[in-house]
Design a protein around this ligand. Sequence first.
Ligand code: ATP
Length: 310
Amino acid sequence: PPPRIVVLGSLNMDIVLRVPHAPDAGETLQGRSITNVPGGKGGNQAVGCARQGARVQLVGCVGDDAHGRALRDALAGDGIDTAAVRVVPDAPTGTALVMVDDAAQNRIVVIAGANAQLEIDEAALATQLAGAAFLVTQFETPLAQVGRALQVAQRSACKVMLNPSPMQPVDDAWWPLIDTLVVNEVEARMLAGLPADTPTEAAAAGQALRARGVARVVVTLGAQGAVAVDATGARHHGAPVVKAVDTTAAGDTFLGALAVALGSGNGFDAAVGLGIRAAALCVTQPGAQPSIPQRDAVLRHTSPTDWTVL
Ligand code: ATP
């Protein structure tokens, strides 16, 4: 049977403005277009898992507004169980204002809104986590609640996949509660206090993080692929060469495919390889959730990639 994954995290409506260039202070500019695109790291990772075939339960918050309803409908359309997505009465749905200029540079402002009101119901979460392959979570919801969720996962014997993004310091008590830590090069550098720009550097940073008590670490390196670190050592997985048009949700797509592959019983390197293949397709499409590929497309349009021992 497909693995069951519980995702706890943020839900945002991305309001994407296409502009010729970013306006200066005092400047008024004619934009090219405005689009509402479902996003937020929690929602994206839930979609990433669902489109790889997992059964997904999402824990999060939206406002009592049109964006909140649209997000829930979009997630339900992916077969995601949104029963634990709470509608809060007194905050707007999380919003990301994304300005994309003609050079494809992004400028983003996030309003947490309802995401800041997420509060764990420990008993309900424990029920969801019993028998689940992973609790997947990130740092776009209040850190105190993420910490509580990690404790509930440990008591429920459910593995945790943590993506500490946007970067904030990780409480030392949390490291041993994490099965798989997924970081990009910036997060790896800030958490480990070591450079992580090259595969060799990323391996050393990943080893330093693993030494704190995490079972497995993945450092994602954009077009350079990813480095996988576990008890047996470090491997560099290359990424397919693709025409990247928008990397939004690449990390979330990677993480979803990784979680589902591990939850389906694949080995660590096979799972990282599937993550890389899914993320490579994601970057060829614009937007957050619309760019996350289905499992069939990943298998059809990408080939297994090479990896080398570091
Ligand atoms: P984002 O915040 O844009 O979602 P991130 O910073 O969390 O991304 P990255 O390391 O940039 O994470 O990308 C995640 C994964 O996506 C990489 O490990 C790689 O597999 C894939 N990827 C990203 N950019 C490219 C690219 N230009 N070509 C191929 N694969 C890519």
